[in-house]
Write a protein that binds this ligand. Structure first.
Ligand SMILES: Nc1ncnc2c1ncn2[C@@H]1O[C@H](COP(=O)(O)OP(=O)(O)OP(=O)(O)O)[C@@H](O)[C@H]1O
Length: 315
């Protein structure tokens, strides 16, 4: 558990983070979201002591962050940023082993770890270990950034818009892959984004910030019913559209796909869109398989399908 207590950071006249109280649960993805300049990055950087707060405390498992040895913090907290921050003159393997090397691991152990991490993020070690960052695509570089953050097996991972610089298709793929990794590793993740769709796809809970303050922190499925909230309204389309969606049965927007649907969780065709939304968020899968009363597959439904319906129903 990470606890931020009355955390405050000022830059001259500007209060970047203002008396922030935030609980970050172990093994879950907590997303910090809010408009540009609201204090998300400042908050995340205080969590790994890149920035020192002016006031307030951060407790890791009940102990003050400043009472940890710097090396212990480095080992327990992985950090992924936009545009990766990979060192350009180091190979992929050297980049991934940044922290293990600082921790004095022997060469063989480092090499093995780099191979494991590359495999985990879907890159073949024999192809990628010896490449340099400039020889990677944006998506590959972000995968290496994630591999590097995970290399010393830290329980906590801080991710500051990690997929922000990639195109929408690569981004969606990186999100799905990251959720798969998280299912296996169950890290305590703090993830910064200003994209509500990304937040809803990834988060166990969403903390909304505005002008340095935390204005709401709730479980993802609860936050979706906050129709008055401007971020939610922006994502869903209009204030009362979630209520309107409840009128539809999913049968009406079932997509007939030819792909193999057996991999997806099942939902009855008589369920409402709201039920489907809740199951999509809970299961973390991209789609659901819609089942008829006779047990046949009637198609699939995805978060994107629901969003499209909501947009079309706005006003
Ligand atoms: N080193 C600094 N010196 C002065 N002001 C700063 C500094 N770093 C951040 N700020 C200010 O503090 C506020 C919060 O910045 P921060 O980077 O935390 O916001 P953010 O929510 O992460 O924004 P973005 O989504 O654009 O990255 C902003 O008004 C910013 O201009």
């Amino acid at each position: 558990m990470i606890e931020c207590i009355e955390l405050t950071k000022r830059y001259g006249e500007k209060t970047a983070v203002n008396s922030l109280n935030l609980m970050i649960e172990d093994g879950k993805i907590t997303v910090l979201i809010g408009p540009s300049g609201c204090g998300k990055s400042t908050t995340i950087r205080m969590l790994n002591r890149l920035i020192e707060p002016d006031e307030g405390d951060i407790l890791y498992n009940g102990k003050h962050i400043r009472d940890y040895q710097p090396e212990a913090l480095r080992r327990s907290i992985g950090y992924v940023i936009q545009n990766t921050g990979l060192f350009p003159h180091w190979t992929v393997e050297e980049n991934i082993c940044t922290v293990p090397r600082l921790l004095g691991w022997d060469k063989e152990k480092q090499k093995k770890r780099a191979e494991e991490m590359l495999t985990l993020v879907g890159l073949k070690p024999e192809t990628y270990s010896h490449k340099y960052p400039a020889q990677l695509s944006g998506g590959e570089a972000q995968r290496v950034g994630v591999a590097r953050a995970l290399a010393a097996d830290p329980p906590v991972i801080l991710m500051d818009e990690p997929f922000g610089a990639t195109d929408p298709i690569t981004r969606a793929r990186l999100q799905t892959e990251f959720l798969e990794i998280q299912k296996k590793l169950k890290k305590t993740v703090v993830f910064v984004t200003h994209d509500m769709e990304e937040a809803i796809s990834l988060a166990d809970s969403i903390a909304i910030m505005e002008s340095g303050k935390l204005i709401m922190h709730k479980k993802t499925e609860e936050i979706l019913t906050e129709e008055e909230n401007p971020f939610i309204r922006d994502f869903i389309g209009t204030d009362s559209s979630i209520k309107r969606l409840a009128r539809y049965s999913i049968k009406e927007i079932a997509k007939k796909h030819t792909e193999d649907k057996n991999q997806y969780p099942v939902i009855e065709e008589t369920a409402t869109i709201k039920d489907a939304l809740a199951l999509l968020l809970k299961s973390g899968t991209e789609k659901l398989r819609i089942k008829t009363a006779e047990g046949k597959t009637a198609g699939t439904i995805s978060l994107a399908d629901i969003r499209e319906l909501a947009k079309n129903n706005a006003n």
